[in-house]
Design a protein around this ligand. Structure first.
Ligand SMILES: *Cc1c(COP(=O)(O)O)cnc(C)c1O
Length: 360
């Protein structure tokens, strides 16, 4: 990079740092400590299983989640696609909670796996009775056989809500009795563990495959890890290759993951407190519809009432005042806390959003 380019890059970094960015917890920036861990990483060719840092990360996650083996993959979307390919066949029906990432935000998840995704319930949370009611056995004259169920914990579109533990046990038990397999999209599983008091191993136990994201609240540049039995992870390894996701000296990325597990898990509780603070500031703004009970983790989802500005207007006004949030539909707005923002920023965001929604 020449000097002019370096100056522009610095200016870019500075101006984006002045903004309070609550669009997603994917906007986290690697800390100095994480960058040092990445720079020092011992690496090898991961396609040959020879990257010691990747191997260390995979063993650690497998151990933390109580599974035999684990595989480092490029993204949460890739982990989900791998799970669909490992556990279901083209033409199978896969049950997934209403509003799930797999259903809405993977640019057409069925294109790769060839499965039929069917939404259950109305909030991302569903019960064993929904699974039993939706189940179609193999050999049905008209319907696709239902072979897999997916739970998202925490549930993004539901406002980062924790999938109730007892319900997840019941869903997996019913799935097992019906001969179906189960997958946990745990992109924010560490948030769920902190909010629920159940450790990630407990939350993972009933599921055949589980994935967690390193690139959200844990603060890594990219990466997810999928964990399960030795045989399932061997199958996942092959699918990762088919998807073009086999990687080489990615110990530099795995080192960020290990650093995050050591330093960024406990602090997720701060993100939850900051989200709660922001939610409290918003809940009493006239024109805002917000169920404080749904703010269990680091996501705040709220709606603007008919007499208040719509979501796009609020997003634009807030941006002009230095606060970034996302609009999900005409009246729905999402704000997500992460390690880039503290309590003071959330107070400030609360003031900016209040003005954007009820201007005097
Ligand atoms: C973000 C997210 C993913 C996908 O992760 P990417 O790394 O962005 O592909 C999958 N599931 C859930 C619940 C998510 O929030």
């Amino acid at each position: 990079m020449n000097d002019a380019a370096r100056m522009l890059a610095r200016r870019g970094a500075r101006s984006s740092m002045n903004l309070i960015d609550l669009r997603s917890d994917t906007v986290t920036l690697p800390s100095e400590g994480m960058r040092q861990a990445m720079a020092r990483a011992v690496v090898g060719d991961d396609q040959y299983g020879e990257d010691p840092t990747v191997n260390k990360l995979q063993e650690r996650i497998a151990n933390d989640l109580g599974k035999e083996d684990a595989l480092f993959v490029a993204s949460g979307t890739m982990a989900n696609q791998i799970a669909l390919r490992v556990l279901a066949k083209p033409g199978d029906e896969v049950l997934v909670g209403y509003g799930a990432h797999m259903l809405l935000h993977e640019s057409g998840a069925s294109a790769v796996s060839g499965v039929q995704l069917s939404p259950l319930g109305s909030s991302g949370i569903f019960g064993a009775e929904h699974v039993r009611a939706a189940f179609k056995p193999a050999g049905h004259p008209l319907c696709a056989p239902t072979t897999m169920v997916v739970i998202e914990n925490t549930h993004n579109l539901g406002g980062g809500i924790v999938f109730p533990y007892a319900e997840s046990l019941a869903v997996c038990k019913a799935a097992g009795e019906l001969g179906m397999s189960s997958y946990l999209d745990g992109a924010r599983l560490f948030n769920a563990a902190i909010a629920s008091g159940h450790c990630v191993k407990e939350l993972s136990k009933p599921f055949r495959l589980v994935s967690i994201a390193l690139s959200k609240g844990l603060g890594c540049p990219t990466g997810s890890v999928i964990a399960g039995s030795t045989a399932d992870i061997a199958a996942a390894h092959r699918i990762r290759r088919i998807l073009g996701g086999a990687m080489r000296q990615v110990g530099v990325l795995a080192a960020a993951g290990i650093y995050a597990l050591d330093h960024n898990v406990g602090r997720l509780v701060c993100d939850h407190q900051n989200a709660h603070l922001l939610a409290q500031r918003l809940a009493d703004v006239p024109g805002v519809e917000l169920e404080l009970g749904t703010v269990e983790t680091n996501i705040v989802i709220f709606r603007t009432r008919e007499n208040a500005p719509d979501a796009m207007t609020v997003v634009q006004r807030a941006r002009r005042a230095g606060v970034l949030v996302s609009s999900f539909d005409h009246r729905t707005i999402r704000a997500v806390t992460c390690l880039n923002v503290g309590a003071a920023e959330c107070e400030q965001a609360g003031r900016v959003l209040r003005d954007a929604i009820s201007p005097c």
